[in-house]
Design a protein around this ligand. Structure first.
Ligand SMILES: Cc1cc2nc3c(=O)[nH]c(=O)nc-3n(C[C@H](O)[C@H](O)[C@H](O)COP(=O)(O)OP(=O)(O)OC[C@H]3O[C@@H](n4cnc5c(N)ncnc54)[C@H](O)[C@@H]3O)c2cc1C
Length: 391
């Protein structure tokens, strides 16, 4: 249920998005996603003043302590903007919840004040959709661990202060996937490639090499061998966020495109009056309304303390549906704008490029289908289809 407090929060996020983020979109696009430092500082100040920093993190750690539902409503607003300018809102990955008091003081609190940035490094050359194939190793030493890894597509790896790196710790013949905290300034940390990508976003996604990086004994998050479980909860959160943002993507696209199509005249009438123009938009509206209900229902399920495995399966269903729907919608809206839809100054053009990756990162659509199919088998058809929390 969306409470009055959640409605207030949604309205606050909406004002921030419309007054602070949207006016910066064209400049961000022209500058390849990289806004000037003083503009970024201003976005951060405004975000903190609007109490949007650190949304899901605990209040005692400097976050806002939102429910999943409140957080999804905010992410939906962020989805209405292009160029991911909302990435400047101070935040940190959810795995810090499992960090020690010392780690929280050193990394999480400054991150939620906008003074430190983290990056999450799991993917490797040979391990993408199947992260169990990672080759990164952390060997025990007298003082801690020695890390060797090469990580691909590390978002914010070009400027992050600290990396969260997945590596295997050997225990006899067993390999224990574990998350390590690695400060950027440790000897042996090196950006080896920083390629250009389709979108113009604030962060790069470089390849990072960690060669014989010496780590202290207290650089593990959540315990040795806990990497996979933490990873699953990270995926659940990120996939739900993508679903919520894609609902915002369709909202913005339809706002802009319906306004255009009802004002544009060709052949002596509004183009909106051609069903070839309006019916695809109607289909996207139906997608958005249905997908939004699914996404918010999964968020409520998580808030109600449902079985995390069920939430994991259903978050995949929401991500799959919404990322595919947003892609279809962006393509339809570019078409509706005609030649203007191919201009980089047009929201639909930017959205088309930007939503493409939502079908790839945090697990491709094919991987989401595998997870949904497994959910149907293991949790049951009824549990996968039911929207109510059962509590
Ligand atoms: C812009 C960007 C930012 C990213 N940021 C990060 C980050 O910060 N940290 C991080 O660790 N990673 C990050 N990633 C990596 C991302 O999560 C992976 O790209 C994604 O999981 C897919 O892995 P892959 O690229 O190796 O593709 P592959 O796993 O090689 O897949 C290639 C194709 O094969 C298909 N496929 C693979 N296995 C199966 C299967 N079992 N069944 C059916 N089809 C299958 C896939 O669906 C896909 O179509 C980022 C990627 C991008 C593009």
């Amino acid at each position: 249920m969306i409470t009055p407090a959640a409605m207030d929060l949604q309205a606050r996020a909406r004002r921030f998005v419309e007054n602070v983020l949207m006016p910066l979109e064209n400049e961000a696009e022209r500058r390849g996603g990289r806004l000037p430092a003083e503009t970024i500082a201003e976005v951060r100040r405004e975000a903190i003043a609007a109490r949007l920093n650190g949304g899901l993190h605990a209040v005692e750690h400097g976050g806002q302590g939102w429910s999943r539902l409140e957080w999804a409503l905010v992410e939906e607003q962020y989805g209405r903007t292009t160029n991911a300018i909302h990435w400047h809102v101070p935040y940190a990955y959810n795995v810090w919840e499992h960090a020690s008091t010392h780690q929280i003081d050193r990394y999480l609190r400054p991150a939620l004040r906008g003074e430190l940035r983290d990056a999450y490094a799991v993917t490797e050359r040979g391990a993408g959709s199947d992260p169990s194939g990672i080759e990164a190793t952390a060997v025990r030493t007298k003082t801690g661990f020695r890390l060797n890894a090469e990580k691909w597509f590390v978002t914010a790896g070009d400027h992050a202060d600290v990396f969260i790196v997945m590596a295997n710790v050997a225990d006899g013949l067993e390999l224990l996937p574990t998350l390590f905290i690695v400060d950027r300034d440790r000897p042996g940390v090196e950006v080896i490639e920083d390629p250009a990508f389709t979108h113009n976003y604030p962060d790069g996604h470089p390849t990072i090499r960690f060669r014989d990086v010496e780590l202290p004994g207290d650089s593990v998050i959540g315990g040795i061998g806990k990497g996979e479980a933490l990873q699953r909860s990270w995926f659940t959160e990120e996939r739900l966020a993508i679903a919520a943002r894609c609902s915002g993507v369709i909202w913005r696209l339809l706002d802009e495109t319906v306004a255009w199509a009802t004002s544009r005249q060709q052949g002596g009438q509004r183009i909106y009056d051609y069903q070839g123009v309006s019916f695809p938009l109607a289909d996207s509206a139906a997608d958005a309304a249905a997908g939004r209900m699914l996404t918010l229902a999964v968020a409520e399920l998580a808030d109600a303390g449902a079985d995390p495995k069920l939430v994991h399966h259903k978050a995949s269903m929401a991500k799959l549906f919404m990322s595919e729907a947003a892609w279809r919608c962006a393509d339809r809206c570019v078409q509706t704008f005609g030649g203007r839809g191919y201009l980089r100054s047009n929201v639909a053009e930017r959205m088309l490029r930007e939503v493409r990756v939502d079908r790839i990162w945090e697990g491709t659509s094919e991987i989401q289908r595998l997870i949904v199919a497994r959910g149907l088998e293991r949790r049951g058809v009824e549990a996968m289809l039911r929207a109510e929390t059962g509590k």
